[in-house]
Unconditional design. Sequence first.
Length: 120
Amino acid sequence: MRLNLEKLPAVARNLVGLREALTDSAVWGLPDEACTVLSQPGSAGQVLDTVRERARKARDALLIYYAGHGLTDPHTDELYLALPDSDRETRVHLAAVRVSAPGGAGSAGGCPADRRDSVT
């Protein structure tokens, strides 16, 4: 059973503001091409593929910022990110986006960056 999660309209404004701050030379100064924003992704696969691709390319730091719903696994109470296709009962796409401590297994495993952080 697919989840019907309520819309979070503030998230879109949040993403725009964060991108502006991260790419502002007076704040962090990331090059535009180093800052990827996925607003309203179509599938969990799109999110996971993007995270893996960016993780492989990261050299000094990888920052993953997630704004949205979270779910708990009904069997373990672990926290997961709710993405399109998430299904609490069959655990579809939940395990693939488990929230891990920096340096943990999670979706960015194999990242060569010296520092990996996630903000949820």
